[in-house]
Write a protein that binds this ligand. Structure first.
Ligand code: UD1
Length: 369
């Protein structure tokens, strides 16, 4: 395959649900700029319509140029499938650089293949650290950053973390938050979808729950404690809970849980979830990205974890670390309730992160070419 000398040929990789809202604004900006030739690879780590296809249509993502179909498996199996199936794509497409986002197994797998072929890696959402190596995402973050050539950072803590790990500052740029580009683009459309009303709930009268971290859902005792806390909170404020497939497989029979005050739903599309979240009074979650989205929406967020790799959402935003036990979650709920005085939106979470990513890529790869 040949390509014009001045055009930077990029393979952009997505694989799992949280990747797609970061890729969409970036791909749109890259494809609107003739200096770049951007191809999309979907690893197929997430493959259900509800976990993948619905996100492509809501976000206006184009069909992938390459679909790897890696599917589910243990970490070793899934990562091995990603390595094996991405290498031939690299050899075929001959990119000038590979762009990966976030912290999922697809992020690390594709970055590793590229680095071993001596193709530069661009990592968007670099530098975040929970300092908890039992989280699979933390391993993915540390290793991806170690082999990346351009590290695009969402919040200042990322700069500090990368410097501490000895990463050359010339490779690092604070660009803001791509996920918030997607949120700002779609929030009006999402509000018009009126998901709360469709479920018979008045805006501002309910909480939204999401739960999928292995540490919270894979061990029955851990999941039980969280569910007990949620049942008690639901007596104060009704809760709506779109259930991730990993969690669905671990929950007690739905009939014993689902009710008027704690309502279980199938996973929602991007716009449907944004609609439900943007009208919520509070959110209870163990997701990473939702901590950021609630900060921008100004909605109180209780993070059902002991740590966060996104400290700015606690320091400046609406996020509170509520821990993972029944007692810690209820204590946080009773202490903080629905108020978050003084919360503000972090700098550069302004809907323009994709443009700054392009400038950083241009400066790194094209200036002086
Ligand atoms: C992955 C990411 C996590 C991210 C989450 C968002 C890693 C290490 N973890 O976790 O960071 O927050 O995605 O969802 O990459 N399944 C389906 N349909 C699908 C995909 C998965 O039913 O389309 C089920 C399968 O039973 C699978 C399980 O969900 O075994 C878990 O999927 P997996 O990709 O292993 O990890 P997630 O828990 O989704």
């Amino acid at each position: 395959m040949t390509h014009r000398q001045q055009e930077l040929r990029l393979l952009c990789v997505g694989g799992a649900r949280p990747n797609f809202m970061k890729l969409a604004p970036l791909l749109r900006a890259l494809r609107a700029d003739s200096r770049f030739h951007a191809l999309l690879v979907h690893t197929g780590q997430h493959y259900d319509h509800q976990m993948s296809g619905a996100f492509f249509s809501d976000l206006g993502l184009p069909d992938p140029d390459f679909y790897l179909g890696v599917g589910s498996g243990s970490h070793a199996q899934q990562t091995a499938e990603i390595l094996k199936s991405f290498e031939p794509v690299m050899l075929d497409a001959k990119p000038d650089a590979v762009l990966v986002v976030g912290d999922v197994n697809s992020t690390l797998g594709c970055a590793l293949v590229a680095a071993k072929l001596c193709v530069p890696v661009i990592h968007a959402e670099a530098g975040l650290r929970s300092f908890d190596r039992t989280m699979p995402e933390e391993i993915n973050r540390v290793l991806t950053d170690a082999i990346s050539d351009l590290l695009l950072v969402t919040e200042p803590s990322g700069l500090v973390n990368l410097e501490r790990e000895g990463i050359d500052g010339a490779k690092v740029r604070l660009v803001g938050n791509l996920m918030i580009d997607s949120l700002r683009k779609h929030v009006d459309q999402a509000r018009q979808r009126r998901m709360a009303e469709r479920h018979g709930l008045a805006p501002g009268s309910y909480g939204v729950v999401t739960l999928h971290r292995p540490a919270n859902v894979d061990k029955p005792e851990a999941l039980q404690g969280i569910l007990e806390a949620l049942r008690e909170i639901a007596a104060d404020v009704p809760l709506v809970f779109p259930v991730h497939p990993r969690t669905r497989a671990k929950l007690p029979p739905v009939s014993t849980l689902d009710g008027a005050r704690l309502r279980l739903l199938d996973p929602l599309s991007y716009i449907e979830f944004l609609s439900l979240m943007s009208d919520a009074a509070a959110v209870f979650t163990d997701s990473g990205g939702i901590q950021e989205e609630t900060t921008v929406l100004g909605i109180p967020c209780f993070t059902l974890r002991d740590n966060t790799e996104r400290p700015i959402t606690v320091e400046q935003g609406t996020n509170v670390l509520a821990g993972t036990t029944r007692d810690s979650i209820l204590a946080a709920w009773r202490k903080h309730g629905l108020r978050r005085p003084g919360a503000r939106t972090p700098d550069l979470w302004d809907g323009q992160a994709a443009e700054r990513c392009l400038q950083a890529i241009e400066a790194h790869f094209l200036s002086g070419r």
